[in-house]
Design a protein around this ligand. Structure first.
Ligand code: ZN
Length: 314
């Protein structure tokens, strides 16, 4: 087992990065608690980032309510000291940076237009277009001559070197290997709606903010390889430690039973104590049964569970 995961070599920096596409729910609180617990464990600087790259789904009102929720829960961030988020940490304020990075990729000959829909790709691959699961792009448009390109909406894809394999340290899983060329193929960095994609923005943000401790939900585990590839072609420093926690969806059965589909805003405005919400987040993620729990104790409980996982791995 590679133990370098446990020995950070420099100041650790991590981030909590919600998207203002809706109100925070208990699943987000679980995620934030993991970020703060690992941040505490590694004495990391904890940043808040607003991931509003998808302009069609993000709303200012959600962003404002997220700040209120976080502040009510007592979660503080190094870059939001006076109730104001530094615009450098809101993706919609950073579009020129994403364009610059795209240009850098383009001058390396790594970007091309792709006109395929998910449906046509699924047909070519002989798979059902179920909107679930990932289809590995077959590079159909990679070398499409200009005169064969249709006049239709297109996405921009990043060329992936077929055999490039990436290794990384994951807290719960040890050393993981991923080969983006086999997983996703050339992937989309700019979508048909004219927005940079999550994969593009998150990598550029993590590089410029010096994030080296990445804590997030398990759904993003499969993205690590392609993000390391993008980091490499942009000459960025890769993160040192990854942690992917179990996902708590807003439609999770257990969560619903515990009124978890309620937005945090509703708890806050209905007169609940914030320690009740913190307790619920811990109950869901660690299978406990607290009625109330302060933030400090909640973080200690998560750290204890992390240490238990760590010793189980060793
Ligand atoms: Zn295509």
């Amino acid at each position: 087992m590679n133990n370098s995961v446990l020995v950070p070599s420099k100041q650790m920096i991590t981030r909590f990065a919600p998207s203002p596409t809706g109100y925070l729910h208990l699943g987000h609180v679980v995620s934030a608690l993991y970020v703060h617990a690992l941040g505490k464990y590694f004495e990391a600087k904890i940043l808040l980032r607003m991931e509003d790259h998808d302009r069609s789904r993000c709303k200012k009102i959600f962003e404002e309510e997220i700040y209120k929720d976080l502040s009510w829960l007592g979660l503080e961030y190094a870059n939001k000291p006076n109730f104001e988020l530094d615009p450098e940490f809101r993706q919609s304020d950073c579009l020129p940076l994403y364009h610059d990075a795209l240009e850098k990729l383009n001058t390396q000959g790594l970007i091309y237009r792709c006109f395929c829909s998910r449906k046509t790709l699924a047909q070519r691959l002989g798979k059902a277009d179920t909107l679930e699961g990932e289809l590995c792009y077959d590079n159909y448009c990679r070398n499409l001559p200009k005169n064969k390109q249709p006049t239709a909406p297109y996405v921009l894809r990043l060329r992936v070197a077929p055999g490039d394999t990436f290794f990384f340290n994951e807290w719960n899983r040890g050393t993981i290997t991923q080969t983006p060329g086999l997983q996703c193929g050339d992937f989309v960095v700019f979508d048909k709606n004219g927005c940079f994609t999550y994969q593009h923005c998150v990598v550029i943000d993590d590089i410029r903010h010096g994030v080296n401790l990445i804590v997030r939900g398990k759904d993003l585990l499969s993205s690590v390889g392609r993000q390391l590839y993008l980091t490499q072609v942009l000459d960025g420093a890769p993160a040192e430690i990854f942690f992917h926690h179990k996902l708590v969806e807003s439609n999770n059965e257990k969560l619903s039973k515990r009124k978890g589909s309620f937005a945090i805003k509703n708890f806050r405005e209905s007169g609940y104590h914030h320690e009740y919400v913190i307790a619920e987040a811990i109950n869901i993620s660690l299978n406990r049964d607290f009625r109330r729990l302060n933030l400090e104790n909640a973080l200690e409980l998560i750290i204890k569970s992390l240490e238990a996982q760590k010793s189980k791995r060793e």
